[in-house]
Design a protein around this ligand. Structure first.
Ligand code: SAM
Length: 323
C-alpha cells in the first residue's frame, strides 16, 4: 500500500474539545500519553500547541507507529513511541524512565480502528470490500478473524456474536458458520457477508443496518481482545495520572463506553464507608468527572467527518493522590 505524503490526512475526532480538556493540564509541560497514537493527528496537535510537553505514544499497530513516527519527526527529541497494547502502559512508562503511578499530566485514548486500518482493504476490517478475514490491529499477533470462524465452537461463536455484536440472530449465524465451514473453511469477507445475508431475515435487514455490521464488530473485538485490553488500560491510565492530570477517552461503540463509564464512576466515588455521616480525611474521591454524561460530536463535525458520528467522549481529572 502506498502512503504518499499527499494522501489526505483525516481530521482527528473532537480535537477542539480534547484540547479544551487536556490543555489546562499541559500548559506547564509534563508527560502526555497518547495511548492510541494511530496516525498521530491528535499527538501532532498537542506537541505543536504545548511546546513544553513530552509525548509517549502507544499503538499495537506497527504500521501506524511507522507512519506516526514520520509525521512526528519534527518533534523527535520530545517523543517516545512504543509498540504495545494500551494495557502495556505501565511497562511503557517504566521503559521511558517514569514511575507507573503519578507521573503523567495527560492521557488520551481515541479507541477503535484508525482510518488507515479501515482504508487498507487487505486488513479485512471493512465488510464493504472482499478481503482476507484478518482484522488484526497488531499484524504480529496470531489470531485472525478466519481462525475464530474456522475453529471456535458453536457456543463460543454464538456468545461472542451476542455479547460483542449485540446480534439478535447470534445462534442462527453460529449454526450456519459451523455448517458452511465443514464444506469450505472461511478465508474471505465475501464468504461471511454472503452467509449473513442468508442467515438474517430480510425484514430485519431493512431496519437493522448492514447485516454484516454487528458480526464484523464482534469478530474485531474478539480478535483484538479489545474489551479485556480496555478494562486493564483505563485503571492503569488513571493510576499513572498525577494530581491535576487529566484523561480523555473517546469510544466508538457502546460496550467500550460502558467499560469507561463504570471505571470512571468508581474512581470518582467517595472512599468513605457508606455508613459514616462525614467524609473521612483523605478518603474523598480521587477523580472528578469533567464531562456531563458522554459527549458527542457536533452535527457540523459529523457532516465533515462521518467517522465522528458514533464517538462518545468521557473525561476526568485526578483531584487527590492515590490512597
Ligand atoms: C482511532 S485510531 C487513533 C487516531 C489518532 N488519535 C489520530 O489522531 O491519528 C485508534 C488507534 O488505536 C490503536 N489501538 C486500538 N486498540 C489498541 C490497543 N488495545 N492497544 C494499543 N493500540 C490500540 C489502533 O491500532 C489505531 O491505530
Amino acid at each position: 500500500m502506498n502512503h504518499d505524503s499527499d494522501r489526505p490526512r483525516h481530521v482527528p475526532v473532537l480535537l477542539r474539545r480534547a484540547d479544551e480538556i487536556l490543555g489546562p493540564a499541559l500548559e506547564s509541560g509534563g508527560v502526555l500519553v497518547d495511548a492510541t497514537l494511530g496516525l498521530g493527528g491528535h499527538a501532532e496537535h498537542f506537541l505543536r500547541t504545548y511546546p513544553a510537553i513530552r509525548l509517549i505514544g502507544l499503538d499495537r499497530d506497527t504500521e501506524a507507529l511507522r507512519l506516526a513516527g514520520e509525521r512526528l519527526a519534527p518533534f523527535a527529541d520530545r517523543i517516545t513511541l512504543v509498540h504495545t497494547r494500551y494495557d502495556g502502559l505501565p511497562d511503557a512508562l517504566r521503559q521511558a524512565g517514569l514511575p507507573e503511578r503519578g507521573s503523567v499530566r495527560g492521557v488520551l485514548m481515541d479507541l477503535g480502528v484508525s482510518s488507515m486500518q479501515l482504508d487498507e482493504a487487505e486488513r479485512g476490517f471493512a465488510y464493504s470490500v472482499d478481503a482476507p478475514l484478518d482484522m488484526r490491529m497488531d499484524p504480529t499477533s496470531e489470531l485472525t478473524a478466519a481462525d475464530v470462524l474456522n475453529t471456535y465452537s458453536h457456543g463460543d461463536l454464538a456468545r461472542i456474536l451476542k455479547t460483542y455484536g449485540e446480534e439478535r440472530f447470534a445462534g442462527r449465524i453460529a449454526s450456519e458458520i459451523v455448517r458452511r465451514r465443514a464444506q469450505r473453511p472461511f478465508t474471505t469477507s465475501a464468504q461471511l457477508v454472503e452467509l449473513l445475508y442468508d442467515a438474517i431475515p430480510a425484514a430485519t435487514r431493512r431496519t437493522g443496518g448492514h447485516p454484516a455490521k454487528r458480526t464484523f464488530q464482534a469478530l474485531r473485538i474478539e480478535v483484538n481482545r479489545e474489551l479485556e485490553s480496555l478494562e486493564a488500560a483505563v485503571p492503569a491510565a488513571l493510576a499513572a495520572l498525577e494530581v491535576g492530570g487529566r484523561i480523555v477517552v473517546m469510544s466508538y461503540q457502546s460496550l467500550e463506553d460502558k467499560v469507561v463509564k463504570q471505571i470512571f464512576a468508581q474512581a470518582s466515588a467517595s472512599r468513605t464507608p457508606l455508613d459514616l455521616p462525614v467524609e473521612l480525611p483523605g478518603m474523598g474521591p480521587e477523580f472528578a468527572i469533567l464531562t456531563r454524561g458522554a459527549e458527542k460530536a457536533s452535527e457540523t463535525e459529523i457532516e465533515e467527518n462521518p467517522r465522528a458520528a458514533p464517538v462518545r467522549m468521557r473525561a476526568a481529572e485526578r483531584i487527590q493522590a492515590a490512597g
